[in-house]
Design a protein around this ligand. Structure first.
Ligand code: ADE
Length: 250
């Protein structure tokens, strides 16, 4: 079976907007239940049907910030996959696109595009034997070695946590996870995808260096615009590559 229906989960509006505009995807206000703050944009791109979902803005604290982090990511992904399933339009592939922090010890530099080989959590520490691996929650990504070669992108593990910064224990677990990049959604999105048996991987652009000497939030804000632009350049190439291929060809 070839890939024709692709769901792209992107947490932040600033990360998604250039891509959505570039591909002329249209908002679908009926896609998510009305209680949710999530957004969907849909349209055709070559032979593929694309659905981009974003996590929307925080309504509870009445601010203008995006719903970053694992909870909105897992819920939005689940609802999107469920909606597509309910209309017999199951997603053939789920791509989690967005920005990330990169580890210079794993060769990451600002603006690099990484494709995930696996995802794991670094802030779910449960010191009860059976719960320990559950907490880490490592999930393998669909293998995309051919795509990585095609894009000249790097490959690596994405470690997920609910903070932009990190403390010493996080640092230990990020190292244990053998992470090349760090984000706030990938492991949650992969968890929802696994529930539906949907093949998935992440496309992550580096905005800041986690093991560098600048605070993440400063470097992140400095580079968000250029990273979103770089994502907008990389994503159409990703879509061009995956559409009409079988999963094994990725
Ligand atoms: N997104 C971009 N940079 C990040 C970082 N350092 N940590 C988590 N998420 C990020």
């Amino acid at each position: 079976m070839v890939i024709t229906r692709v769901l792209i989960a992107i947490a932040m509006e600033a990360e998604a907007s250039p891509f959505v505009t570039h591909l002329n995807l249209q908002p679908d206000p009926t896609f998510f239940p009305p209680q949710t703050p999530f957004n969907a944009f849909r349209g055709k791109y070559n032979s593929c049907e694309l659905t981009v979902v974003t996590n929307g803005k925080d309504t509870i604290h009445n601010t203008n910030v995006d719903n970053v982090g694992t909870v909105p990511a897992a819920v939005a992904t689940f609802l999107a996959l469920q909606k597509m399933n309910s209309t017999s339009e199951d997603a053939d592939l789920l791509i989690n696109a967005g920005t990330c922090g990169g580890f210079s010890r794993k060769g990451a530099a600002i603006g690099d595009v990484f494709l995930t080989t696996a995802v794991a959590n670094h802030d779910r520490r449960i010191a009860i034997p059976d719960f320990t691996p559950y907490g880490i929650g490592r999930i393998e990504s669909h293998s995309v070695e051919n795509l990585a070669k095609h894009l000249n992108a790097k490959l690596g593990v994405c470690t997920t946590g609910n903070s932009l910064d990190f403390h010493e224990l996080d640092s230990h677990h990020m190292l244990q996870n053998d992470a090349s990049v760090k984000d706030m959604e990938a492991a949650a999105i992969a968890w929802s995808a696994e529930l539906f048996g949907t093949p998935h991987f992440g496309v992550k652009v580096v905005t800041d260096i986690v093991d560098g000497d600048k605070p993440s939030h400063e470097e992140f804000l400095e580079n968000l615009g250029t990273a979103a632009q770089s994502l907008q350049e990389a994503l159409p190439k990703v879509i061009d590559f995956v559409c009409d291929k079988t999963h094994d060809e990725l």
